[in-house]
Design a protein around this ligand. Structure first.
Ligand code: LMR
Length: 337
C-alpha cells in the first residue's frame, strides 16, 4: 500500500515537473481590468477566460484579472486600454458614449428589449458588428458581447409610479440616454463611477440607483437601499475589448487560441448571467434589508410610457437608423403602447 502511494506520488510529481518544464518561463501577460466583484457574471466570465486562455495556449499566455476597480475605475480604464497600460476590459455598453461611439447608447434606451433573446438578435447581428467596426477607429478591437441582465430601480422609498421618482438624486453610468431616462420621470441624474456608488448611497450623496441584481448585491447596495422595484426597464451588458495594436501584434496561433478561449468564455457568461442575477435577488430577499416590489402590469406600463419618449429625444444622438434597425430586429413599436 505504502509503495503504491509512493509510486503514485512520484508519478504525479513527475507530471507536474513535466508540465512546469513545458510552461514557458516568460508568459505573455494580459492585464484584464474590470470594476465589478468576482462573484458576478462578468467576474466569473473573466476568470473563466483566464483559465481557458492558459489551457489553450499551454501557458504561453497568462491573463491577470483585476476585479472590483482594483487597478482602474470606469473612466481611467478606457484610457489605460488606449495607451496600452492594460490589454483587456469589459466595460458596460453604457460606457462607450464618452469615447465618441454614441451608437452604443442604443442599448441604454429604456424598455427597448423585452428579454435577452431580443438583445442577442442585435448583438449577434449586423448592429453588433458595425459597433465593433466603429471601435477600430479608436484603436480598440471588440471581441465579444457578454450579458449581465435587466436593471431594477432602488431607493430609500418605494418606487411604484413615475411621480415617485420626482426630485430623487439617482446615480447613473456615464450615458446621455440614462441621463434623459431619469429626467423623463423628474429625477436628478448623477453620473458616478461604479466604485463610488455604495458610499454615495450610504452617505446620501445620491438617493437611489439602477442596476442588475448581481451588481446591487455584490456591492452590498441592498444594505443602504430600503426599497427595490423589479422594473426590468433596461438592459446592462458588456463589450469585451482589447487594444487593437496589441491584438494585431500577437502571433497568429496565440490569437487564434485566445479567440477560442473568448468564444468559450462568452458561452459561459451568457449561460450563467440569469442564474447569477436570480441568485443575487434571492440573497437580497433573504437579507430582509430591502423591500422588493414587483410592479403590476399597469404600474410598469405607466413608467414605460413616461420613459419611452427618450427614444425619440435621443434620435439625433444615437442615429435614427441605428434605433430603427434595433426596432426591426426586436419587433419593438413605440407607437403601440
Ligand atoms: C455600473 O457602472 O453600474 C456598471 O457598468 C458596472 C458594471 O460593469 O457592471
Amino acid at each position: 500500500m505504502r509503495l503504491r502511494m509512493l509510486l503514485a506520488g512520484l508519478v504525479s510529481a513527475g507530471l507536474a515537473f513535466a508540465a512546469a518544464a513545458q510552461a514557458p518561463a516568460n508568459p505573455l501577460v494580459i492585464k484584464f481590468s474590470h470594476v465589478v466583484a468576482n462573484d458576478t457574471p462578468k467576474g466569473k466570465a473573466s476568470d473563466f477566460f483566464a483559465k481557458r486562455a492558459a489551457e489553450l495556449t499551454k501557458g504561453r499566455v497568462k491573463v491577470e484579472v483585476y476585479a472590483n476597480s482594483t487597478l482602474y475605475k470606469d473612466k481611467e480604464e478606457m484610457e489605460a486600454l488606449q495607451i496600452g497600460a492594460v490589454q483587456m476590459l469589459a466595460p458596460s455598453l453604457a460606457k462607450f458614449g464618452p469615447l465618441g461611439v454614441r451608437e452604443f447608447e442604443v442599448f441604454d434606451l429604456p424598455f427597448i428589449f423585452d428579454n435577452a433573446e431580443e438583445l442577442h438578435k442585435v448583438t449577434g447581428g449586423p448592429v453588433g458588428k458595425q459597433l465593433f467596426a466603429k471601435l477600430e477607429t479608436k484603436g480598440i478591437t471588440g471581441l465579444a458581447y457578454w450579458d449581465n441582465g435587466f436593471k431594477s430601480f432602488s431607493a430609500n422609498k418605494p418606487l411604484k409610479t413615475p411621480d415617485d421618482f420626482k426630485g430623487l438624486k439617482m446615480r447613473i453610468q456615464s450615458s446621455k440616454v440614462l441621463e434623459s431616462q431619469m429626467r423623463a420621470v423628474g429625477a436628478l441624474p448623477q453620473v458616478m463611477a461604479f466604485s463610488e456608488v455604495y458610499q454615495a448611497l450610504q452617505t446620501g450623496v445620491v438617493d437611489g440607483t439602477e442596476n442588475p441584481h448581481s451588481n446591487l448585491y455584490t456591492q452590498k447596495m441592498h444594505e443602504v437601499q430600503k426599497h427595490m422595484t423589479l422594473t426590468e426597464h433596461g438592459y446592462l451588458g458588456y463589450a469585451v475589448i482589447t487594444n487593437k495594436k496589441f491584438w494585431d501584434g500577437l502571433p497568429a496561433d496565440v490569437r487564434g487560441q485566445l479567440e477560442q478561449a473568448m468564444k468559450d468564455a462568452t458561452a459561459y457568461a451568457n449561460k450563467i448571467a440569469k442564474e447569477e442575477n436570480d441568485g443575487a435577488l434571492a440573497q437580497v430577499k433573504a437579507s430582509g434589508k430591502t423591500a422588493i416590489y414587483t410592479p403590476t402590469a399597469a404600474e410598469r406600463l405607466a413608467i414605460k410610457k413616461a420613459m419611452v419618449k427618450v427614444h425619440k429625444e435621443m434620435e439625433s444622438r444615437i442615429g435614427k437608423e441605428t434605433i430603427d434597425t434595433v426596432y426591426k430586429a426586436t419587433g419593438f413599436d413605440p407607437t403601440k403602447l
